[in-house]
Ligand binder design. Structure first.
Ligand code: ACO
Length: 417
């Protein structure tokens, strides 16, 4: 059997035979026969924009792997810094590499205090944290103008480590600005995740004890959120990065894309939805409003997963342990009832709508003490390693500038009166 596809232009009877390589056919061969005829593909649902070796997703089987390793094993056995290293360099670090990497992240986590407090004070205190985060990342581009040398791989890695390291510092400063608390600088002697929790939650005049169960839960959540192939925000980073803009500008675009409720903003939207449903008796009426098209069941559905999102499955198993050291979240019962109802209802079953990563994550974040508005920021911190892994991969492959086509359906030429 020939591993090719033949396309025939029935207007001219000309044909082109295109080899199928890596489950794809190249559009260049297609355009040889049919210049000016585009694949019309709204939402890029069936277009592969790149070849990547970072994350592999099988949506029908509910499978996610980073560099070949199943997400379940990485969550179980690795810390987030190890996973970030894996995404960036292709292999897990050995003990020496890990200690150098941890030290580099700790070193680069510091942001000049005057600069940071001036920046934070420029934002309205009640601004949304994601708007503050996107603006703060854009501001880093002004501190590091040398980051514009994107063709230099060593320089790219310096900026990459810098940005991954500074995201928790920015996130905690945003939280403290919103809550009117003094900014706490990073403690370079504490590991990545506990240090973030310390910068977030340390109260004035008191010690902050990070419970190991909470630290482990956050590490797992960071690992689960670190990458997910060519999702909306990664695509935004790639599109901006493809013009050879600096990485801070590319990640600003990614933060802005993540902010939306159909992407990373869904974790915040889920908690608002659960609070609005308020009690188990209101679940049926709510589901009716979803089925009649008035609203969406937030945290459900995915472009790629037509089966249970493996990340949601892992998060769902984390409640019991986390709730032994936090208060149980009363909204969990509503979430479970929504899931149970949806998985037994033809509307959701026929459309293959299952819980995604955002359905349960917010319940854990809230139990740990994060304000709901911060949830998408918690997604952005680890996803920065994924964004930058793709950004580096794109530059290593010397990819072309992103420039999709359109099918023009407007007026033909007309003349002014
Ligand atoms: N609730 C109710 N119906 C839904 C939902 C939902 N959450 N998601 C999809 N549908 C329905 C659509 O109405 C549509 O029905 P139709 O065929 O009768 O018109 C069908 O399922 C297909 O939906 P699309 O919007 O075409 O699917 P798409 O792949 O474009 O969107 C998305 C995926 C954005 C995730 C969507 O499922 C959604 O809006 N979910 C809720 C928001 C959410 O949880 N986002 C987080 C995703 S995970 C992440 O980004 C990190």
């Amino acid at each position: 059997m020939s591993e090719t596809i033949t396309i025939t232009d029935n207007r001219t009877n000309e044909s082109v035979e295109i080899p199928i390589l890596n489950k794809s056919v190249t559009s260049r061969d297609w355009t040889k026969l049919l210049p000016g005829i585009w694949f019309y593909d709204p939402g890029l649902a069936t277009t592969a924009v790149t070849q990547s070796s970072i994350a592999e997703i099988n949506g029908n089987e509910g499978m996610l792997r980073y560099r070949g390793y199943p997400i379940e094993q990485l969550g179980d056995k690795c810390s987030y810094p190890e996973v970030a290293y894996l995404l960036l360099f292709g292999e897990l670090p050995d003990a020496d590499q890990l200690s150098v990497w941890r030290a580099e992240l700790a070193d680069r986590s510091v942001i000049d205090e005057t600069y940071l407090s001036n920046l934070m004070n420029a934002f309205p205190q009640n601004a949304h944290p994601m708007a503050m985060l996107a603006s703060s990342v854009a501001a880093l581009s002004m501190l590091y103008p040398e980051s514009r040398d994107v063709e230099n791989p060593e320089n790219r890695m310096i900026q990459t480590a810098r940005l991954i390291a500074k995201m928790p510092t920015l996130a905690a400063a945003i939280h403290r600005r919103r809550t009117g608390q003094a900014y706490i600088p990073p403690n370079v002697d504490i590991p990545f995740v506990p240090n973030f929790l310390h910068m977030m939650f340390q109260e004035e005049g008191k010690d902050y004890e990070c419970h190991p169960v909470i630290a482990k839960a956050m590490d797992v959540l960071f690992t689960l959120h670190a990458d997910h192939g060519q999702n909306c925000s990664t695509t935004a980073a790639r599109v901006v990065g493809s013009s050879h803009a600096d990485p801070y500008s590319a990640v600003t675009a990614a933060c802005s894309a993540l902010y939306g409720p159909r992407h990373g903003g869904a974790n915040e939207a889920v908690l608002k939805m659960l609070a609005e449903i308020e009690s188990l008796e209101n679940v049926d009426a709510f589901m009716q409003s979803v089925k009649s098209g008035d609203r969406r069941l937030m945290g459900f559905g995915h472009r790629i997963y037509k089966n249970y999102d493996p990340r949601a499955r892992i998060i769902k198993q984390m409640f019991e342990e986390v709730f032994t050291v936090t208060k149980a979240n009363p909204l969990l019962d509503i979430a479970r009832k929504l899931e149970e109802t949806a998985l037994g209802d033809d509307y959701f079953v026929s459309r293959k709508l299952y819980p995604n990563v955002d359905f349960y994550s917010g319940l854990i974040y809230e139990a740990i003490g994060f304000p709901v508005a911060m949830f998408t920021v918690l997604f952005a911190i680890p996803r920065t390693s994924g964004w930058l892994a793709h950004w580096n991969e794109m530059h290593s492959n010397n990819e072309r500038i992103a420039r999709p086509c359109q099918v023009y359906i407007g007026s033909p030429q007309r003349d002014l009166p």
